[in-house]
Design a binder for this molecule. Structure first.
Ligand SMILES: Nc1ncnc2c1ncn2[C@@H]1O[C@H](COP(=O)(O)OP(=O)(O)OP(=O)(O)O)[C@@H](O)[C@H]1O
Ligand SMILES: [Mg+2]
Length: 363
């Protein structure tokens, strides 16, 4: 019997619905249960063919266990090595490289010295910082947020230099990024499952938490949907995430990728709503069953191919593609070697796109 394990934290509705769904499918030789872990020994393989990880981003013990499990042959969703290596500044840099629109963004030195360091540790830092240059690039209307944040923790929306410095002063020893605010007319959150299936949900971050997945969003255009689909798949494929949400803020018709480092995205029934929840449970269950059947192993780092260092699919395909200009305020700040423009989604991928009725469009 191959086991699918679900590792989770404080959430309630999604893990149990998923286990029930997989077991109700009654697939020969496959069952699902909640992971149970004690003090793992390095010479013992965990009893799971596949583990869905919803918790290791906040529990280092789980992260270490999952990396060990991956080496012992368990397929982990999401790959704990990708998650360990990832951060938002890298995300945006990679996105720009892949011709996905992102806002101008800088990374800032820690406001307070990280624990265990002194002034002497920081002698490579420019002082004073070129604040005028920074505000000329990003602007004074922006978002200050942690480079590896989540759950809106320590996210500050600022409208002036004064507000910026007040927020920066509060950032303790966190590593922060500062990013131009997109003045959006529409906002979408897209679930991407198995780097192939996409559900585009209208999402209004300005509303109270329980009302964000909005019911009556205005229709949007087919070309915008195609572009968000393509960009969402491109990002998740490059980053190696089998389960992720990609958020887009749309300004003047351009979908800017705002946050796509959500390897344990909120899938709670009470926030996403019944229709989205049912879709997510079904698609994640199908993906996990397929992985358990194929017993596939984690592949090598995917983004090397997108950085021009590897020999992966992206590079091979690049020969046939025409490079498009990256959409950032300062394309010249990217490194010299342009990445291949991503391919348009295949017909199969487009068929796989599921659109929440509330974000509907004429196709
Ligand atoms: N550049 C931006 N332009 C406009 N809005 C932004 C921008 N950056 C962040 N926001 C707003 O701030 C919110 C939180 O930012 P972000 O998603 O990066 O943080 P997070 O902590 O990862 O949040 P989440 O838990 O929703 O994933 C976004 O949902 C969006 O509403
Ligand atoms: Mg996030």
């Amino acid at each position: 019997m191959k086991k699918i394990g679900v590792l989770f934290g404080a959430e309630n509705s999604f893990p149990s619905a998923l286990v029930e769904r997989i077991n109700a499918r009654n697939v020969n030789g496959i069952s699902a249960e909640f992971v149970e872990v004690g003090a793992p020994q390095l010479d013992k393989a965990p009893p799971y063919a596949v583990i869905l990880d919803r918790a290791s981003h906040s529990v280092p013990f789980y992260r270490a266990y999952l990396k060990h499990a991956a080496l012992k042959g368990t397929e982990i969703v999401n790959n704990p090595f990708w998650s360990s290596a990832d951060d938002k500044f890298f995300n945006y840099t990679l996105a720009a490289r892949l011709h996905v629109a992102v806002p101008p963004t800088v990374i800032l030195p820690h406001k307070q010295l990280p624990n265990g360091t002194t002034d002497r540790t920081m002698r490579n830092l420019q002082f004073p910082l070129d604040w005028d240059g920074l505000f000329a690039y990003v602007g004074e209307h922006g978002f200050l947020k942690p480079v590896d944040g989540g759950g809106w923790r320590d996210v500050h929306h600022v409208h002036s230099r004064e507000e910026f410095f007040r927020a920066y002063d509060q950032s303790r020893d966190l590593c922060m990024i500062y990013q131009k605010a997109i003045e959006y007319s529409q906002y979408f959150r897209c679930f991407v499952i198995g780097r192939r299936k996409v559900r585009i949900m209208a999402y209004d971050p300005r509303r109270p938490y329980e009302e964000r997945y909005v019911k009556n969003a205005p229709p949007t255009s087919r070309s915008l949907l195609r572009r968000m689909t393509r960009d969402a798949i491109t990002l998740c494929d490059a980053l190696g995430y089998d389960l992720n949400t990609v958020e887009f803020a749309v300004e003047k018709g351009i979908p800017y990728a705002i946050d796509f480092m959500n390897p344990a995205p909120d899938a709670d029934l009470y926030s996403v709503g019944q229709a989205n929840f049912d879709w997510i449970v079904k698609e994640v269950a199908d993906m996990l069953i397929a992985k358990a059947k194929s017993a596939a192993r984690a592949s090598s780092l995917r983004w090397t191919a997108f950085l021009g260092a590897g020999t992966g699919r992206a590079n091979g395909a690049a020969k046939k593609r025409t490079a498009r200009k990256p959409i950032t305020a300062r394309p010249e700040s990217l490194s010299a070697a342009p990445a291949p423009a991503p391919a348009a989604p295949t017909e199969e991928q487009l068929r796989a796109v599921s659109l929440c009725r509330s974000s509907m469009l004429e196709v």
